[in-house]
Write a protein that binds this ligand. Structure first.
Ligand SMILES: *[C@@H]1O[C@H](CO)[C@@H](O)[C@H](O)[C@H]1NC(C)=O
Ligand SMILES: *[C@@H]1O[C@H](CO)[C@@H](O)[C@H](O)[C@H]1NC(C)=O
Length: 232
């Protein structure tokens, strides 16, 4: 037998180890690709219905942001049975949020592995980077205006109450909530993968650890309660 074809036990063990590692890696990639193709089956919210709800909330409580939020939460709790979808009805649970250079406050209405629904805004105005997300984002304006643009556009997009700013997965823009603005934000996709964008400013800039802690606690609590009723 030629010397080149002889392999020592060590070489064989090394080969077996790397074959196993490659196999596990391929299995993970295949599982990820498969989960990504079937994730739609876990969605319970519909972008068009949420936009209709935002418009109904604006119509039922003009000039009253708190009234709009109450309308939205009341509608969602009567639409979705608590045995299937967890809705957080505690609208006093506002959290400061810094992400992509923008700052505002949010109230998390729903958070699960594949969807979130929250109110985000500020009465002061803010501006920043949309973030590069592994999710689709629907930003329903309730109060004020949001402006946005992507590189190459020489004119801004302008979103007013009742309109929805749709950001497809992987799209990036600069956005501005001009003066006071509040929106109902719906995201669908891999929500836990959005966490780094939501938390990095807190860890590297604001160092507001109590807010980071509360944000993590409320998000995990809501995701856990959804998992408990079978909402992925
Ligand atoms: C929720 O809001 C939508 C949109 O306004 C409306 O069509 C639907 O009837 C509402 N559902 C409940 C239970 O109020
Ligand atoms: C809302 O506020 C604006 C400006 O303060 C005012 O002009 C308008 O009449 C108000 N609309 C309602 C329905 O109260």
């Amino acid at each position: 037998m030629p010397a080149a074809q002889q392999s020592t036990p060590q070489a064989q063990a090394l080969l077996a180890k790397w074959a196993l590692r490659s196999f596990i890696l391929l299995l993970l990639i295949a599982t990820g690709a498969w989960l990504d193709r079937i994730k739609d089956r876990w969605y319970v919210f519909d972008p068009a219905e949420l936009n209709a709800l935002a418009q109904a909330a604006i119509a039922s409580s003009p000039n009253n942001t708190a009234g709009m939020i109450q309308h939205i939460v009341a509608n969602l709790t009567s639409t979705f049975p608590s045995t299937h979808v967890r809705i957080n009805v505690d609208s006093s649970e506002w959290l400061l949020n810094n992400a992509g250079g923008a700052m505002g406050a949010m109230y998390i209405i729903h958070a699960s592995i594949t969807e979130y629904l929250l109110i985000f805004g500020t009465p002061l105005g803010t501006e920043g980077h949309s973030g590069l997300h592994p999710a689709e984002d629907y930003f329903n304006i309730l109060v004020g205006e949001e402006w946005a643009f992507a590189p190459g556009q020489l004119e801004m997009e302008r979103y007013t109450p009742g309109m929805v700013h749709y950001l497809p997965r992987g799209t990036v823009k600069q956005y501005k909530m001009h003066e006071g603005c509040f929106a109902l934000e719906y995201a669908r996709g891999w929500i836990p993968l959005m966490a780094p964008f939501g938390l990095t400013d807190g860890l590297t800039s604001t160092l507001d650890f109590p807010t980071l802690y509360k944000t993590a606690k409320i998000t995990l609590r809501e995701m856990g309660k959804n998992l408990f009723v079978g909402k992925i």
